[in-house]
Every structure is written in structure tokens, then in C-alpha cells.
Design a protein around this ligand. Structure first.
Ligand SMILES: Cc1cc2nc3c(=O)[nH]c(=O)nc-3n(C[C@H](O)[C@H](O)[C@H](O)COP(=O)(O)OP(=O)(O)OC[C@H]3O[C@@H](n4cnc5c(N)ncnc54)[C@H](O)[C@@H]3O)c2cc1C
Length: 439
């Protein structure tokens, strides 16, 4: 048996989840069972893989095992942008073919999620509001937004320039110089979507929450042991994102990052009137390291997502959450002085992983074991589509999108952890400093 020594830790501070009605998680694994398929991890990738396996093999049993509860993982604590376009700060017209593949994958993922939300009436504030990709300075617009606009033009994708004054009216802040508005992005509550997907899985999927896998045996079939039981299966899909490396795959492949976010209480009617903004919006910064992601949600809250830290241990000191909240509050007050009385419900940290070359880990990693991981921070679409397609691949289903997925390449190896940590900290620190005017 190989022991899984690093398990996800839940700080219970994800406001997207705490603002929702109480939900009873599925029971933890409490006995020894056999299944035709084992899926590990109930984020977007694992949920999509389990659903697609069930669709492809209606007579097979699928066991989906999740360390925590759905809605609390990275999939439930992100910023809620379902991004339909290549999301890059260094657009390259030489890579248009890759961008076309990416577009097909992201659009297919969005369509699959939209169908599930519609068919199962998942109440997650799903709303095709589009998004603003915004620069704070003219230099930022020239260096980052203009090349992106050229790429969108070459891709024949619609977009609109929104200049400072019009932007101030739409967003309720004069902080930004200019933005590029694209209409295809969907905004939602990620905890509600993740819970909804988990609670509407087909009947041949058995989902176990609060069941961290603590040991694996690959000697005969696959056997995953938890504190309360075990699951044996002839085939497995590993969808534990950065934690997948604990299962013996992808050593020295992932850079683990902690991302911090905060969500306010809903604005009162008087505060909404003072704010003077009628429509919900989502904004991503021209520079993803230096800038701040923000939203004005359907239920009239402000989201602030800022600060990326290298966290190779996939853990963060809980007491730091207060400091994150104070920092986010100062940023919010500077951008929205009229809302300085509006407090946060909570602030939280979530973990994502990236590869050196931005490629996902997708496909068969050893006989009868497949992986869908490393979404490089854009996991709502990438996780969903890679989970769905890896299930097709594992079942031998012909799907032309598998080719698109494979053109994204495979992650390249990194140096050993201590070197990666130093290198990644230096790279992020340099990016933040270089783009400090775009904060
Ligand atoms: C603050 C923040 C903001 C973000 N904003 C966005 C955004 O707006 N749009 C976007 O597209 N992406 C965003 N992301 C990234 C996105 O959330 C992730 O890329 C995505 O959730 C990855 O999905 P996944 O299914 O691969 O992994 P995860 O959601 O991490 O799921 C993996 C699952 O594996 C489980 N697991 C791990 N180890 C074990 C074990 N031993 N036993 C059992 N289960 C285990 C974990 O508990 C977890 O539930 C953001 C992330 C954060 C943290």
C-alpha cells in the first residue's frame, strides 16, 4: 500500500458556500465495496468524469470519492467565471490554431454545464453577463489589451472597447483606464454549481463525501482505502488536481499556488442606490499576477480575488485569513469609497496547480488509470471538459474534442521542489512588481 500523506484541509471560510442553504453531504465511505470504476476527487473534473462514465456505461457502477464536501473544494471556492476564450496576458498570433482548439473545448464545457444547470434546475445564479478585461493604465492597455484584441479579431470573436468614463458608469469605479468587453463569459456561484452537479449525478454513480483516500494499492486492480472502508475497481480516473501527485503520478510537475478571495454581504437598497450600478458584472485584470479580479454579483455583493502565493505544501496558516480580509477591504475601499461600510461575509484561500508550460495532465498514465488534472487556474471549463473527455477516452468513445485536448500538450518536468519554490516565488514576485501599476 502506498500512503497518501498530504490531504486537502478545509478552512470552512468559503463565503460562496456559507451563504447557501444548509446541505447534507452524501454519506462517507463506511464499508468495503467493489465498483467497475473509481473516480477520485469531486471537483469539476471528477464530477464531469463520473457523469460521462455513467452516460457511456449505463450498466457499470462508478464510485466517486471525495476528501471533503462538495462546494468547499477549489471548484466551490473560485471566482465563478466560466471563461469561454483563451485567457492570456501574452497573446500570440502564431498560436491561433491552439486558440481555436481551446475555444472549442471551452465552449463545449460551457454548453455541458449550461445543459446540466437547465436540466436539473441547479440554482447557482447562472448568468451570461460577459466580462471586462481591464487595464488600469494606458501602458497596460497597450501592452496587454491591444495584443489580446488583435488575437480576438483574428479569431473572429466579438468584443467591444469600453473607455474610462463609460466603464466608470458600468462598474461604479473610476479606477480603470479602459477595458475589453467580451460577451461569452458566464458568471455563477461556484459552490452552488458544484453542489448541484454532485447532487444530480446519475443513479449508477455512488458518491462518498468526507472520505479522504489515505492509502492506495495498485498491485491487483486498484484499491483506495479511507478511514471507514475501501473501494476496489479495475479502472480509475484520478481527478484530485494538485493532490494527484500524492497518488504517485506527476512528481515534480506541478507548481502549487494559493489564491485568496473575499465576498461581501449583499448591499442594502440604499447602498445599491448610492453605488448607482444596475447590472451585475465581472472583471479580470489585464495582468493576472499584478491585478485584481472583481465581481458585482446577481445578489448585489462585491467579490475581490487578489494575491497569489506559492504554496508547495498546499496549506496556508488559518490565521492569515484575517490579514487577507483586511488587505481586500483596503483594496475595495480604494476602488469603491461609497461602499466602505460594506463588510465581508468571509475571506478564504483555495489551491490550484499550474504546470511549467501551462499544459494540462490528461489521458492514460498507466494501464487502466487515467488522469484529468492541472487546469492551470481556469478549471471550471478546463476541468469539466478534461473530466468528460478522459471518461470518453477510457471507454474508447470517439470524440473529436479529444484531439483538441491533446493538442494542448503535456506538462513538462520541473526541477525538485525547493528549487521550484524559490523560482516560482521569484517569478511571481517579479510579475507583481513589474505590473504594480496594474493593481
Ligand atoms: C480563489 C480561486 C479563484 C478561482 N477563480 C476561477 C475562476 O473564476 N474561473 C475558473 O475557471 N477557475 C478559477 N479557479 C480555478 C478553479 O477553481 C480550479 O482550477 C478548479 O476547481 C480545478 O478543478 P478540479 O476538479 O481539477 O480540482 P478541485 O476542485 O481541486 O477538485 C479536486 C478534488 O480532489 C479531492 N481530493 C484531493 N485529495 C484527495 C484524497 N486523498 N482523497 C479524496 N479526494 C481527494 C479534493 O478534496 C478536491 O475536491 C480559481 C481558484 C481559486 C482557488
Amino acid at each position: 500500500m502506498s500512503i497518501i500523506s498530504r490531504l486537502p484541509r478545509n478552512d470552512h471560510t468559503n463565503a460562496w458556500n456559507t451563504i447557501l442553504p444548509h446541505r447534507t453531504p452524501h454519506a462517507a465511505l463506511a464499508k468495503v465495496i467493489k465498483a467497475d470504476w473509481l473516480v477520485i476527487g469531486a471537483g469539476y473534473a471528477g464530477l464531469a468524469a463520473a457523469r460521462q462514465l455513467a452516460h457511456n456505461r449505463p450498466d457499470d457502477s462508478i464510485a466517486l470519492v471525495e476528501a471533503g464536501v462538495c462546494g468547499e473544494n477549489a471548484s466551490g471556492r473560485n471566482s465563478g467565471f466560466i471563461i469561454d476564450l483563451p485567457h492570456t496576458t501574452s497573446s500570440n498570433l502564431d498560436q491561433l490554431e491552439g486558440s481555436q482548439s481551446y475555444l472549442r473545448l471551452a465552449r463545449a464545457a460551457t454548453a455541458v454545464l449550461e445543459k446540466n444547470v437547465h436540466d436539473f434546475n441547479i440554482q447557482c445564479d447562472w448568468s451570461r453577463d460577459g466580462k471586462y478585461h481591464a487595464a488600469v493604465t494606458p501602458a497596460g492597455s497597450q501592452a496587454m489589451l491591444e495584443p489580446y484584441a488583435a488575437e480576438l479579431t483574428a479569431l473572429n470573436e466579438p468584443f467591444e472597447w469600453v473607455e474610462k468614463d463609460a466603464l466608470a458608469t458600468k462598474l461604479g469605479t473610476t479606477h480603470f483606464h479602459r477595458a475589453l468587453y467580451t460577451p461569452g463569459c458566464v458568471l455563477m456561484n461556484p459552490a452552488a454549481l458544484t453542489r448541484g452537479l454532485a447532487d444530480t449525478l446519475p443513479e449508477n454513480v455512488l458518491i462518498f463525501e468526507n472520505s479522504p483516500v489515505t492509502a492506495m494499492d495498485y498491485s491487483h486492480c486498484v484499491r483506495a482505502a479511507t478511514q471507514g472502508g475501501s473501494i476496489t475497481a479495475p479502472r480509475m480516473i484520478l481527478a484530485a488536481n494538485g493532490f494527484s501527485e500524492q497518488f504517485g503520478y506527476c512528481k515534480n510537475t506541478f507548481v502549487h499556488l494559493a489564491l485568496c478571495a473575499s465576498l461581501t454581504r449583499p448591499l442594502t437598497l440604499a447602498e445599491q442606490a448610492a453605488f448607482g450600478v444596475d447590472q451585475p458584472w465581472g472583471l479580470t485584470p489585464a495582468n493576472g499576477f499584478g491585478g485584481i479580479t472583481m465581481r458585482y454579483t446577481n445578489d448585489r455583493r462585491i467579490l475581490i480575488r487578489q494575491d497569489i502565493k506559492v504554496a508547495m505544501g498546499q496549506a496556508f496558516k488559518a490565521q492569515k485569513t484575517d490579514a487577507i480580509g483586511r488587505n481586500h477591504k483596503a483594496l475595495m475601499n480604494a476602488r469603491f469609497p461609497k461602499l466602505s461600510n460594506v463588510e465581508f461575509e468571509n475571506s478564504w484561500v483555495g489551491y490550484v496547480c499550474m504546470s511549467r508550460n501551462g499544459a494540462p495532465k490528461f489521458g492514460e498514465v498507466s494501464p487502466n488509470i487515467w488522469m484529468a488534472a492541472c487546469q492551470n487556474g481556469i478549471g471550471v471549463t478546463k476541468g469539466t471538459i478534461s473530466g468528460m473527455l478522459v471518461a470518453d477516452k477510457a471507454c474508447g468513445v470517439v470524440n473529436p474534442l479529444i484531439n483538441d485536448m491533446e493538442t494542448l500538450g503535456a506538462p513538462t518536468q520541473l526541477p525538485p521542489h525547493p528549487l521550484v519554490e524559490v523560482g516560482a516565488r521569484a517569478t511571481i514576485g517579479w510579475e507583481v512588481w513589474k505590473n504594480r501599476a496594474e493593481a
